[in-house]
Design a protein around this ligand. Structure first.
Ligand code: NGS
Length: 335
């Protein structure tokens, strides 16, 4: 009897050891598969009172002002009250038509302040396919939002015209190249169509270091899923994007391309920044989750070997159509 009891105690101890070992192996495996393992946290959190100093004005705007009778717009307008913004999720085609007139949006979705020279010359690039309603909600919300910030901006929607896996990163590279054909933008914002900023003081402009803009997302309960995340909406200066050779072109399907982009930036010795969480607040429009790509971890792991040989410098695509719609420039591409 005594021996049997000892045997049971021994066996359960052994079982506990095995369970503990299993848990340790599981955690180690999860960690090693997680994209965050390729980088520790390089983020600086900009404080509220530092935001104005951290914004990088466009040199072109600064030189334009010398030849103009207008003065520079302030780097952050003072009237960006901190109220929560709500997107109108039942926009109609009529609202869309009305918007361009009401907000004086120029053809192709471009606008600049009429009374002063904006210090921010920004191309907003949206990778797109099959999300028409979200695009309408986004545009109807964003034009008034961006105008309140007194930006010189234009919205470019880059649509993958071909079937097969979506290639977000390649569409963003195309947006960069095509936007520069229309104007010498100094700042690029790469932005998913389903993200709606909730704070007007979240400036859609570039900071000295590349910025992760959508770091406080309602679907993540305003927490980051992992510290290194650089997806959703990011702002980067043209010169920095050039330096990292843009995004990799080989990430077909969901996931990993944003982690690779972050690795490229860190590899070039830059650091990253974020606005305070109460400024960087976003709401995400609902949609079905995309199917993760099977190759994403392999592509990510071998990314470093391709920084120089896979990016804007090797980008190949053909334009199927370009239309300057009243609210955005639509570029349909075969990738
Ligand atoms: C990571 C993905 C990123 C993605 C992030 C957040 O796991 O591309 O989740 O996605 N990296 C890999 O798959 C290697 S989210 O939850 O916002 O859809 O951006």
């Amino acid at each position: 009897m005594f021996t049997r009891a000892r045997l049971i105690v021994f066996q359960s101890k052994d079982l506990m050891k095995k369970i503990t070992l299993g848990i340790v192996i599981f955690i180690t495996l999860c960690y090693s598969l997680h994209p965050g393992r390729f980088a520790s946290s390089y983020y600086t959190y900009i404080k509220h009172n530092e935001i104005a100093d951290e914004l990088e004005p466009s040199p072109n705007a600064l030189s334009c002002v010398k030849e103009s009778d207008k003065s520079l717009c302030s780097i952050i307008p003072t009237d960006l009250e901190n109220t929560l913004q709500h997107p109108n999720i039942s926009v109609t085609d009529f609202d869309m038509k009305d918007l361009a007139n009401k907000f004086n949006v120029g053809v192709g979705g471009a606008w600049k302040p009429p009374d002063c020279i904006s210090q921010h010359e920004v191309a907003i690039v949206i990778p797109f396919r099959n999300r028409t309603l979200q695009l309408q909600i986004f545009l109807s919300y964003m034009h008034p939002f961006l105008q309140r910030q007194l930006l010189n901006y234009r919205i470019f929607v880059i649509e993958q015209g071909t079937k097969g896996a979506f290639n977000r990163a390649k569409l963003l590279n195309i947006g960069y190249v095509e936007a520069l054909k229309t104007y010498a933008y100094h700042c690029f914002i790469f932005h998913d169509v389903d993200l709606i900023p909730q704070k007007l003081n979240n400036m859609y402009a570039c900071t000295h270091q590349p910025r992760h803009m959508s770091s406080s997302l309602d679907t993540f309960r305003y927490n980051l899923p992992y510290q290194e995340l650089f997806g959703g909406a990011v702002a980067i200066l043209k010169k920095q994007f050039e330096l990292v050779n843009g995004f990799s072109n080989i990430f077909f399907g969901w996931g990993g391309e944003d982690d690779d982009f972050q690795n490229r930036i860190i590899n070039r010795g830059m650091s990253l920044c974020r606005f305070p969480p109460d400024v960087a607040r976003y709401t995400m429009l609902t949609h079905a989750k995309e199917l993760p790509s099977e190759n994403r971890f392999l592509n990510l792991e071998s990314g470093r070997e391709r920084y120089e040989t896979d990016g804007v410098n090797t980008l190949k695509y053909s334009i199927l159509k370009i239309v300057n719609y009243p609210l955005y420039t639509w570029i349909l591409v075969d990738i």
